[in-house]
Design a protein around this ligand. Structure first.
Ligand SMILES: [Zn+2]
Length: 312
């Protein structure tokens, strides 16, 4: 066996070790490194040469010492790598933003603002705002429809009720006041999750039409909000499992995958976020859907978040 090279340790196999904190800090540990990443990715792949909008040709640029910008050697025009991103005009420094994204890409269950506040030493309000921007902008769900074998289900969101309190009857919220959360999961693939208006057919079935390609097989439980005749005519097939009869799996007919996703969401909302109000529920659904849909490895998830900061 070759001797262990302490300067170049071999990584473990687990997906969690794919992008360690040490590796992250080596690449993005300072504001200058983070700004350099934005600069190279947006304007200057070699770190020096960028298309100058004023000279209208490639020019050498140099870093402006006092500001997060780069200046054209020929005409002095400034380029701002953070312009148009969530970092721009933020009083929080770049590497703290990058670190918050690293944490969001690393956790499996969620990241409470209280924890981020402690980790990076910003106020609770700032920590909450940062996480909210990451959820609403970087993790926003795309419009690409699901296809293949797609399981669909809906559940009642908790409102702002903790499970224990609800059980003890301390914070009872009437069913009609609790938001309906709808989700569809592509087996082996991505998920869509959102708050819909109600459990009525036009809302839950309508969400299927809006989010799933017609060349798909739809799996639901027996809930009549999903009309069998209509769904069968608009998709390859509609398969139903009869939970009423205590049947949960019939061959490949089941909704266990989407129920598993709801389990993750509910566990996180209860355990990490201690309940989420209706107003912000969609942004948290973005977060869980994003994590589920991109569940390859830490490194890829972080890179994906980072690249999202550059799109509108
Ligand atoms: Zn110029």
């Amino acid at each position: 066996m070759p001797p262990v090279d302490r300067n170049n340790p071999v990584r473990g196999e687990g997906s969690d070790s794919q992008f360690t904190l040490m590796e992250f800090l080596r690449q993005y540990g300072t504001d200058a490194q983070c700004l350099d990443w934005l600069w190279r990715t947006r304007y200057a792949p070699d770190g020096h040469t960028a298309e100058c909008p004023k000279c209208e040709r490639p020019r050498k640029f140099h870093r402006v010492a006092s500001r997060p910008s780069y200046s054209c050697d020929s005409c002095g025009h400034h380029l701002h790598p953070t312009a148009g991103t969530i970092f721009h005009k933020s009083s929080t420094s770049l590497h703290l933003w990058f670190y918050a994204m690293y944490l969001m890409a690393s956790t499996k269950t969620g990241l409470a603002a209280k924890q981020l506040e402690r980790e990076i030493g910003v106020s609770y309000k700032t920590a909450w705002r940062m996480l909210n921007l990451i959820r609403t902008q970087l993790m926003e769900q795309d419009d690409v429809k699901l296809s293949g074998d797609v399981e669909v289900d809906e559940t009642l969101g908790g409102g702002n009720v903790r499970a224990g309190d609800a059980r003890r009857g301390l914070a009872y919220v009437h069913k009609s006041h609790r938001p309906t959360v709808w989700a569809a999961v592509e087996r082996g693939g991505r998920v869509k999750a959102k708050v819909v208006k109600s459990r009525a057919s036009q809302d839950v079935e309508g969400a299927i039409y809006a989010n799933v390609e017609p060349e798909s097989i739809i799996f639901t439980d027996e809930y009549r909000g999903y009309d069998h005749v209509r769904l069968s005519s608009r998709f390859i097939r509609h398969e139903r499992i009869r939970h009423e009869d205590r049947v949960y799996v019939r061959g490949h007919v089941h909704t266990q995958t989407v129920e598993g996703f709801f389990g993750n969401v509910k566990g996180g909302l209860r355990g990490v976020y201690h309940g989420v109000s209706r107003r912000w529920l969609n942004s948290y659904l973005n977060e869980y859907a994003w994590r589920y849909s991109n569940r390859f490895e830490r490194r890829a998830m972080f890179d994906l978040l980072l690249l999202r900061t550059l799109s509108d």
